[in-house]
Write a protein of this length. Structure first.
Length: 183
């Protein structure tokens, strides 16, 4: 499973790895975007069936990312040849067009193009054309596309020409949630 260390995908990935581990499934988690924080490493250590592989490769929405994205792809393929996964779970869809050795699923948690259109009210500028092209190739190169909401799936289909996908809403493990008293 690929993930990043800079946002909510980390929490999603750790909780999914924990739930899969409870079913006896081992997860190799390959992170990008920066090394995990000490807190994140400690959290990863609480999942007995998780092996953490870290990198600092830039993510597609970061400045000047494409050399890093390509290098991350090479790293991910080498990692896959090392761990021999049964399924590839990409939380960064841009890598979906690689020659994976197993069935591949990409989760479209969010995207720059839909954000730009929804928040700023107009299409993303030309500087995002490489992002559009690489995301289109990645999302159309996997066996299954998943989005956490119907809205996100509709936008993935609209912006990247994805012909179909599945909505699987994000969930949280309530055992880890501790509400504070009302202020």
């Amino acid at each position: 499973m690929s993930a990043d260390t800079v946002g909510g995908v980390w929490t999603y990935s750790i909780e999914l790895a924990r739930a899969l581990g409870e079913q006896g499934i081992e997860v190799a988690l390959a992170t990008m975007g920066g090394f995990a924080s000490p807190e994140q490493r400690n959290e990863a250590r609480t999942v007995a069936t998780l092996e953490l592989y870290e990198s600092q490769y830039r993510l597609p929405w970061m400045d000047q990312p494409w050399e890093d994205v390509d290098q991350a792809g090479d790293w991910l393929l080498k990692l896959a040849s090392h761990v021999h996964p049964d399924v590839i779970h990409l939380n960064e869809p841009v890598h979906g067009s690689l020659a994976w050795p197993a069935p591949t699923l990409a989760v479209a948690h969010s995207c720059v193009l839909s954000w730009w259109q929804s928040v700023l009210g107009n299409p993303a500028p030309e500087q995002w054309n490489s992002y559009r092209e690489k995301m289109t190739a990645g999302l159309n190169g996997v066996d299954q596309v998943v989005a956490p909401s119907a809205w996100m799936l509709e936008n993935v289909c609209k912006f990247y020409g994805v012909p179909h996908g599945r909505v699987i809403p994000n969930g949280r493990d309530g055992r880890e949630l501790r509400p504070d008293a009302k202020a």
